[in-house]
Design a protein. Structure first.
Lengths: 315, 95
């Protein structure tokens, strides 16, 4: 059993900081919940779908077994919302969760916040039932199936017409590692960005990211986006130092980072990864090195942000 | 899951748990009622007011042996830990 847990930990390839905190959840790796073979099968399957089990508290997902997980993924894919599991892998556990999402789509309710993330009410049965009742548990008359992910469907989903009321800054092209920020009245809308990036159906997440990165620059960014850019820029420098012994960031990387942030892409790990590998021929070994360095960097950032030192130690 | 009602879990809380939890964990929780109760009671007695939410999100943790469970929290200064947990249960991930 001990050997199996070691092998299971290896299969998860968590960063060293995550491995330290996994002790609390180690029982989830017992054979009574998941075998090594099935766990690897699930990891590979989810990985192909762009879904990562990246935190120790998420490993309970494996206990559902491959068949259940596959059916949940297929249900989400049918309605064009596999992203919800990328945002929150533990949501796979929810037997009724996708029904709640389908229900909101059917009644044309907002499903994402202004940052493009799925609303937390979808993830909470208690909160959802209180607000919308339990009609979603009955079979809907008509399923919303996204055929071509057209602009109209996406506009209906996101329903964001007004930009952030705070002043919007437009980033001009960076020169000499300095950003010149001009303040302008808000002009961009999320739908404009979507029309630039989703002109054709994309089959994979990688295709979507490549589409974003190959689209023209000049997309507005707000103050929060700038803050996120600065943090990720610092993360990027550290990762490049580890992998390539240099913290120099070229124009392409800077632009790629900006584009992914302004398009509201939520996954920091993937933003950093695709910023580094975009348009480059990179060996599999190098890709692995990059991924490991990113995981390590982001887990350090998480721990520093959480500031465990702020919780006083017992005498 | 009636034993959870004795620990001030509402029916809605229990329904939430049943929706979000793989069947194998539901069985494990039922089979280890005494252990789960011990661990929940520890947090409740410590003064953590939102222990129900911690359980709903991190139920797998409550299957830990009680002494190991206590040791996760005991290394921190009590008042500080309670204040931080009551503000944001997600810090449990990093303890």
């Amino acid at each position: 059993m001990e050997n199996n847990i070691t092998a299971k930990l290896k299969a998860l390839s968590f960063s060293s900081d995550n491995v330290k905190s996994i002790n609390k959840f180690i029982s989830s790796l017992n054979d009574e919940f998941i075998s090594l073979e099935e766990m690897i099968k699930i990891i590979n399957f989810l990985g192909d779908k762009g879904i990562q089990i990246s935190k120790p508290s998420q490993i309970k997902v494996f206990a559902n077994g491959f068949d259940y997980i596959k059916s949940m993924i297929e249900n989400a894919e049918k309605i064009g919302h596999l992203d919800i599991y990328r945002q929150n892998p533990v949501f796979i556990n929810s037997k009724e969760g996708i029904k709640r999402l389908k229900y909101l789509l059917n009644i044309n309710e907002q499903i994402r916040n202004e940052k493009g993330k799925y609303l937390s009410i979808i993830f909470s049965k208690k909160a959802f039932d209180r607000k919308f009742g339990t009609a979603y548990l009955e079979e809907p008359k008509k399923d919303v199936i996204v055929q071509n992910n057209t602009l109209e469907e996406v506009k209906k989903e996101i329903k964001i017409e007004q930009p952030n009321p705070s002043p919007v800054s437009t980033l001009t092209k960076a020169t000499d590692n300095k950003m010149e920020i001009k303040k302008e009245t808000p002009t961009f809308k999320v739908v404009d960005i979507i029309s630039q990036t989703k002109e054709k159906v994309v089959d994979t997440e990688e295709e979507l990211i490549n589409q974003i990165l190959s689209s023209p620059q000049s997309i507005g960014i707000d103050d929060q986006g700038i803050e996120r850019f600065e943090v990720l820029l610092s993360n990027l420098k550290h990762v490049l130092e580890v992998v390539y012994n240099t913290s120099e960031i070229d124009e392409i990387k800077r632009d790629s980072l900006l584009k992914l942030i302004t398009n509201g892409y939520p996954d920091n790990e993937k933003i950093l990864y695709y910023t580094i590998v975009y348009n480059k021929n990179i060996t599999e070994e190098e890709k692995l090195k990059i991924k490991e360095a990113i995981k390590e960097e982001l887990s350090m950032t998480n721990i520093m942000n959480f500031d465990m030192g702020s919780i006083g130690r017992a005498a | 899951m009636k034993f959870l009602e004795k620990l001030n879990f509402s029916k809605d809380d229990i329904n939430e748990l049943l929706d979000n939890t793989p069947d194998k964990y539901i069985e494990a929780i039922k089979d280890n009622k005494k252990l789960v109760t011990e661990n929940l009671t520890y947090l409740k007695d410590l003064g953590v007011t939102n222990y129900q939410y911690i359980f709903l999100k991190f139920y797998d943790m409550f299957l830990m042996d009680n002494s190991n469970f206590i040791s996760v929290f005991a290394k921190y200064e009590k008042e500080d830990l309670i204040e931080k947990l009551n503000k944001n249960i997600n810090i449990v991930e990093y303890l």
